[in-house]
Design a protein around this ligand. Structure first.
Ligand SMILES: *Cc1c(COP(=O)(O)O)cnc(C)c1O
Length: 379
């Protein structure tokens, strides 16, 4: 096969990245932190608005970890987490030796279910521990039920950490994802909507929290000329080189969002008349998704040999990468012993779902190849 591989989600360059990196090398700013880190934070703050304070870090995972630390999550504490997500949402709970409590999704946004969330909170309180935090996720770039979820969290006074790793460029009622919770996090990993090669950011709404985050992210150095430490420190700050790449990348964020949303429109057209296949889309205009990944659900049909896995193989045979949805955390070997509240919605989504090629750089040629696989498979 000499057809080039079509990947699930590749980054694309603006052409400005190299100049920033070059400049950082020439001025010898090859450091953790530095002028580009400050500038990148400013640009992101302006983009997200709502008085957000950004701390640029070396990954989205470290941003979640720092959010937990800043909320005082300690050994034995319980933290609620959306089950349907990438493992990086939940791993930092274990870094703190805390206990994850997983909650199911609902069918309209595929994200954390308000009813299951409230049942979980009530039951954990009844069992003796009020959860210290809730980690919510905007899966594949689409906002969760923000009004409902935050009303519940407010009622029980539990802070929310909003995992917005996949949702830069998405919004709810015109407000940017990542700015609703006590903390939000972004990821600039290579597969995300913009990348710094590896990187992330912690979003808060106070300069004090930002300063505290920088303190922990740079080894918790007390104020003293000699290095003195009275708290555990971490090496989590973004490097100046990565921030330079980020400054080049942010110039095409809007363009990437448009491209991903156009991919989604393309799939809408392709699947329009196909029975048994449902393209995920937001339920109403309050929700704006960057459609980081376009995803479908396939109703299995044994007679015709149709299910998500056989479609995945049909794509693979044409050198096109697709992937199942995130396997829910409560089904993962590392997490299955922890409490879970739900009705098997996430399990069902995992069973029937498929993520489709969604890169910002999909060409018309790529789309034609994708369309052909789909049409051949379903005919
Ligand atoms: C990518 C991702 C993360 C982690 O981000 P990294 O920068 O790779 O550490 C966290 N949560 C979700 C939902 C993600 O997709």
């Amino acid at each position: 096969m000499d057809k080039k591989r079509i990947y699930l989600s590749l980054s694309q360059q603006s052409g400005f990245e190299q100049a920033y990196v070059q400049e950082a090398l020439e001025t010898n700013w090859i450091t953790s932190g530095g002028p580009y880190v400050d500038e990148f934070e400013n640009v992101l703050e302006n983009y997200l608005k709502n008085d957000s304070s950004i701390t640029a870090l070396n990954s989205g995972t470290s941003a979640i970890h720092l959010a937990l630390i800043l909320l005082g999550v300690k050994s034995g504490d319980e933290v609620i987490c959306q089950s349907m997500t990438f493992s990086a949402s939940a791993n930092p709970i274990l870094y703190q030796d805390a206990i994850p409590v997983f909650v199911d999704s609902e069918l309209e946004t595929w994200n954390i279910c308000p009813e299951s969330l409230e049942i979980a909170i009530k039951d954990r309180i009844k069992k003796g521990k009020k959860p210290k935090a809730i980690i919510t996720v905007h899966l594949y770039g689409s906002p969760y039920k923000i009004d409902e979820i935050h009303a519940i969290a407010d009622r029980y006074q539990i802070p929310i950490i909003e995992d917005s790793a996949e949702a830069l460029g998405s919004s709810y009622k015109g407000k940017s994802c990542g700015t609703f919770g006590t903390f939000g996090i972004l990821s600039f990993n290579g597969n995300k909507i913009i990348t710094t090669s590896s990187g992330g950011a912690l979003i808060s709404n106070s300069v004090d929290l930002k300063e505290k985050a920088i303190f922990y992210a740079t080894q918790s150095k007390d104020e003293a000329v000699h290095y003195q430490h009275s708290e555990i420190g971490y090496n989590y700050r973004m490097s100046n080189i990565c921030a330079g790449i980020g400054l080049g990348q942010i110039k095409i964020l809007d363009k990437n969002v448009i491209a991903r949303r156009e991919n989604h429109s393309f799939y809408k057209e392709v699947f329009n008349k196909l029975e048994g296949v449902k393209l995920f889309k937001v339920i109403n205009d309050d929700y704006t998704s960057n459609y980081w990944l376009s995803t479908i659900l396939i109703e299995p049909n044994k007679e015709k040999g149709i299910d998500a896995e056989s479609l995945r193989i049909a794509f693979e045979n044409q050198n096109i990468e697709t992937r199942p949805l995130w396997k829910p955390m409560h089904m993962q070997p590392i997490f299955e012993k922890y409490p879970y509240y739900g009705n098997k919605i996430a399990e069902d989504l995992f069973e029937k779902g498929l993520c489709l090629p969604s890169g910002s750089n999909l060409t018309i040629e790529d789309k034609n190849r994708i369309k052909e696989v789909i049409q051949t498979f379903f005919n």
